[in-house]
Design a protein around this ligand. Structure first.
Ligand SMILES: [Zn+2]
Length: 283
């Protein structure tokens, strides 16, 4: 298990699932001849992805950023998404010696199934919260769009499950940038969905950012390598470059939500080119 200590704050990488999505969709307008050199596809043209979640231990709170893909998939869905059923958020939490009941806040970048479904467990035909004592935080706009089906990715939302969860746990609707706890704030990225949010942690003189789908993997650091899943692709293109330039200049640690081989890196800028470098190598 990978871990960082930033001043008083402990940051743990938790694996919230491993799955596969079509490589063409993951890289949008980029030809396969280019992306396959970096991400080798399986016979069904799918590339490996992780659901990287973060656990922050700070100020007496245990805060989870995103919950991964969950465990409630049929055999058909497991095959379709290439889900590895042995890799779950629950097993990651157990390896971190953390009981789900101890989590105090769960914050979602957005409500697509591969970020939200890990917050619920199956109980017969019903679902039940995995984090019953946590306040669950989501952008109000994301919640409303998801419930209303205002999305090109409507099938990635499970509105019935949002309502079930909201009846059983405390929900806090965020309105743009807000402080979750001193040192940790949300910010709107847009691009992927209108109200998609990232999280910025400042501790021990360092900044760690979880930008969610703004830059899902290190391959997406290239300006035009963007997901066809994005609702507002041009916004992703422009905002991602501005974000990456600032991250490089201010030496932020970036934690990737879907990179299957690295949970976090720093960003290096060379002209208009951005690459990732290891945190350890960076000193
Ligand atoms: Zn998404």
């Amino acid at each position: 298990m990978r871990r960082l200590q930033l001043g008083e704050v402990e940051v743990l990488h938790l694996q919230g699932g491993r799955f596969r999505l079509d490589g063409g969709t993951m890289f949008g307008v980029v030809p396969k001849a280019l992306w396959q050199k970096e991400c080798s596809p399986d016979p069904e043209n799918r590339v490996d992805l992780a659901c990287n979640c973060l656990l922050l231990k700070m100020g007496g709170e245990l805060i989870l950023l995103d919950t991964g893909i969950g465990e409630r998939f049929s055999e058909r869905e497991q095959a379709m998404y290439g889900i590895d059923p042995t890799q779950t958020l629950r097993t990651s939490l157990a390896a971190a010696n953390c009981a789900p009941t101890d989590i105090t806040q769960v914050a979602f970048t957005h409500l697509h199934f591969d970020h939200f479904c890990g917050s619920l467990l199956a109980k017969g035909d019903e679902v039940t919260p995995l984090f019953p004592n946590a306040v669950h935080l989501v952008q109000r706009g994301e919640w409303e769009d998801a419930i209303a089906g205002r999305s090109t990715m409507k099938s990635s939302y499970r509105p019935g499950e949002f309502r079930t969860l909201a009846r059983q746990v405390e929900f806090r609707m965020l309105n743009g940038s807000e402080i979750l706890t001193p040192g940790l704030e949300s910010f709107i990225t847009g691009g992927h969905t209108q109200w998609h949010q990232g999280f910025r942690l400042q501790a021990g003189g360092q900044t760690l950012v979880y930008p969610g789908e703004l830059i899902p993997t290190r391959s997406h650091l290239r300006p035009y390598w963007n997901m066809a899943y994005d609702m507002f692709p041009h916004q992703t293109l422009t905002d991602k470059s501005a974000f990456s330039a600032r991250a490089a200049a201010e030496r932020w640690i970036i934690a990737w939500d879907h990179d299957s081989t690295s949970p976090w890196n720093r960003i290096k800028q060379d002209g208009d080119k951005f690459t990732s470098i290891d945190i350890e190598e960076d000193g």
